[in-house]
Design a protein around this ligand. Structure first.
Ligand SMILES: Cc1cc2nc3c(=O)[nH]c(=O)nc-3n(C[C@H](O)[C@H](O)[C@H](O)COP(=O)(O)OP(=O)(O)OC[C@H]3O[C@@H](n4cnc5c(N)ncnc54)[C@H](O)[C@@H]3O)c2cc1C
Length: 357
């Protein structure tokens, strides 16, 4: 069986891992000269996003046969609304390092591959590769191929601006800022590499490249953030929906197949499910669409949540953050199997009236 994977990102590497496990070594085409991240940052996966699965590392191990090592455990969540801050303590998920270091996630995954062939500095043209291989897995992190094939619908466009900053940090804490003034309907967050270095990121919705610079300056000014900056980046990010996710011998996975959820812009878990499901479809004949239905349905649910979130005012954010700090909320949301996004959306719809919306 000849399989080509376009992109040595998370989705592509997870797919290669499962293909190898099931007996085939794919060829991976990566246009960059390295495996790893172009921009250094720390990402998170949260225990509440994929209920009924409660601990994501266990889920990866048991259901996806993926044994990944996180960089840290998320032990506190700090939510900062304009007039209210709430900090929660517990076990909320895991942090991962996205750099080019050996302990970063992509390099970690790549090092687990035994037989796959990796071609660096190789741009993968899916139409050309489709002639040469039995299957082509499009895992290139963009919607371009899905758009060309007429199977893409854009949902949310954001601009992301970020920096690596120096200061004094807690590497087990995720800090999130919610403020319409400088994120529109997005958010900003800080995750730390260690107690001296952190990644600070602003995600602003429906803005252009120039506007995001203004929003970034306003964010730093409003929150009185003066950390020295050692690296900076800016990028456009799109979330959307693809259907179907397979066309003949082409599979669309990860961001290329609409794997980014439209509420927080998270895509790690979906990239893993799509990568592994594609390999199981190729090797075991399992229906790809059926295997990823649960995560795709969840993305649709998240989109409803996103639409509602977009109508909230800063007063609404204050109320939301206050509610998160109320006794009993953490045990209900984090320590049970409750589908927080589904019921959260319903609850907010019922109670959020002006001036909160
Ligand atoms: C700043 C930022 C923060 C994020 N934070 C989180 C988070 O906290 N939690 C979370 O769950 N998700 C997060 N995400 C999203 C998550 O990182 C992605 O959804 C995930 O990495 C899946 O990526 P992928 O494999 O589809 O694409 P990518 O990881 O982007 O990989 C695509 C690869 O394909 C290569 N490529 C592109 N075109 C070609 C071509 N034609 N030929 C060959 N190679 C090609 C690229 O060079 C790249 O290596 C974040 C994303 C960003 C940008």
């Amino acid at each position: 069986m000849k399989v080509a994977i376009i992109g040595a990102g998370l989705a592509g590497l997870y797919c290669a891992h499962e293909l190898e496990r099931l007996g085939t070594a794919p060829d991976i085409y990566e246009m960059r000269s390295y495996v790893g991240e172009a921009i250094s940052h720390i990402t998170a996966i949260l225990d509440i996003t994929h209920r009924p699965h409660k601990d994501m590392l266990q889920y990866f191990r048991k259901d996806l046969a993926l044994d990944i090592t996180p960089y840290n455990v998320v032990r506190s969540l700090e939510h900062r609304a304009p007039n209210k801050t709430t900090t929660l303590y517990g076990h909320f998920g895991y942090f991962f390092k996205y750099t080019r270091d050996p302990d970063s996630l992509k390099v970690q995954m790549y090092n687990k591959l035994k037989k796959s062939r990796l071609f660096l500095n190789e741009y993968g043209d899916y139409e050309r590769l489709a002639q040469k291989y039995d299957y082509v897995v499009i895992a290139n992190g963009t919607s371009a191929a899905a758009e060309e094939q007429g199977i893409w619908q854009s949902w949310l466009k954001t601009y992301v601006r970020g920096a690596v900053v120096l200061g004094s940090f807690d590497p087990t804490r995720l800090i999130v800022w919610l403020n319409k003034d400088y994120t529109k309907n997005g958010y900003a967050y800080l995750t730390a590499f260690d107690n001296k270095k952190a990644s600070l990121i602003l995600i602003a919705t429906e803005v252009n490249e120039k506007e995001v610079d203004r929003y970034w300056e306003l964010f730093l000014y409003s929150e009185n953030i003066r950390y020295p900056i050692v690296e900076e980046f800016k990028m456009a990010h799109t979330s959307g929906f693809a259907y179907p996710h397979r066309l003949g011998n082409l599979y669309f996975i990860g961001n290329a197949g609409g794997g980014v959820e439209p509420f927080l812009g998270f895509g790690h878990i979906n990239a893993a499910v799509m990568g592994v499901s594609t390999a199981r479809s190729i090797m075991l004949g399992k229906d790809y669409e059926k295997q990823i239905k649960e995560i795709m349905d969840r993305n649709i649910e998240m989109r409803q949540f996103r639409k509602l979130f977009n109508t909230m005012t800063n007063a609404g954010y204050d109320m939301l953050v206050t509610a998160l700090g109320m006794p009993g909320v953490v045990p209900i949301i984090y320590n049970t199997n409750i589908n927080a996004t589904k019921y959260g959306a319903l609850f907010s719809k019922l109670i959020l009236k002006p001036p909160y919306r």
